[in-house]
Design a binder for this molecule. Structure first.
Ligand SMILES: CC(C)(COP(=O)(O)OP(=O)(O)OC[C@H]1O[C@@H](n2cnc3c(N)ncnc32)[C@H](O)[C@@H]1OP(=O)(O)O)[C@@H](O)C(=O)NCCC(=O)NCCS
Length: 191
């Protein structure tokens, strides 16, 4: 074990500190008790592409926010983690409940160099991602699809399918008659 721990050269430590400082600032922004201020900073400092009426609740954690697109009226619940490294594209009126994690990169466990693989995640209009679920890289959650609480999604989900469990499997169909539009919905204060 000791052989694995190498001393980090000072120049590398300094370089990593400079590169990672914005990430630390990003995490702090999630503690500002104002949606308007948080969205302003996410949009204009961190270059997230946010549509009209997007609500991002407290404590968002993110890699590469500039590669994240969130459509009109979508809601990102509290304590989400969005790994934007390979791109995350969220449609309109999508709902994330709390503690959802979306990953776009992972390691190839069989590669001798433990190479990084993955791909973008697409979450289509009016999909609902329930609390504490995890979405793995390189897949699409279809229009109006539902991920049940605590699920781990390892494969793409078809439109209006409800999936649950680990790994997430088809449970039933959702109604296709969905009309809600959250673009003008007010954010819950201090949340
Ligand atoms: C998506 C959800 C609303 C579906 O609930 P529902 O319509 O009552 O589910 P159903 O009654 O159709 O359940 C169908 C089956 O799935 C099972 N099931 C329900 N939730 C499940 C879950 N999270 N994981 C795995 N299976 C689940 C049910 O037990 C039922 O199994 P059975 O047919 O063997 O009895 C619910 O699963 C869920 O995830 N709720 C979200 C909770 C949450 O995040 N709240 C915060 C909101 S802001």
């Amino acid at each position: 074990m000791n052989n694995l721990i190498k001393k980090i050269p000072l120049y590398q430590f300094a370089r990593d500190s400079v590169f990672n400082f914005p990430y630390w600032v990003f995490c702090l922004v999630g503690h500002i008790p104002s949606h308007i201020m948080r969205n302003f900073i996410y949009r204009y400092v961190f270059r997230m592409k946010l549509g009209k009426g997007v609500k991002i609740y407290k404590h968002l954690d993110c890699y590469e926010p500039s590669k994240i697109v969130i459509g009109d009226g979508s809601i990102i619940g509290n304590d989400a983690f969005l790994d934007g490294r390979a791109g995350i594209y969220i449609g309109s009126n999508v709902n994330f409940s709390g503690w959802v994690k979306v990953f776009t990169r992972q390691h190839d466990m069989d590669d001798k160099n433990f190479k990084v693989v993955g791909g973008p995640v697409y979450i289509e209009d009016r999909a609902n991602i329930s609390s504490c679920s995890i979405i793995l890289p390189d897949l699409r959650i279809g229009k109006g699809a539902v991920v049940m609480a605590g699920a781990i999604v390892t494969k793409s989900v078809d439109d209006y399918n409800i999936v649950g469990g680990i790994p997430a499997k088809f449970v039933r169909m959702r109604s296709k008659e969905l009309e809600y539009d959250w673009t003008k919905l007010r954010a819950i204060p201090f949340h």
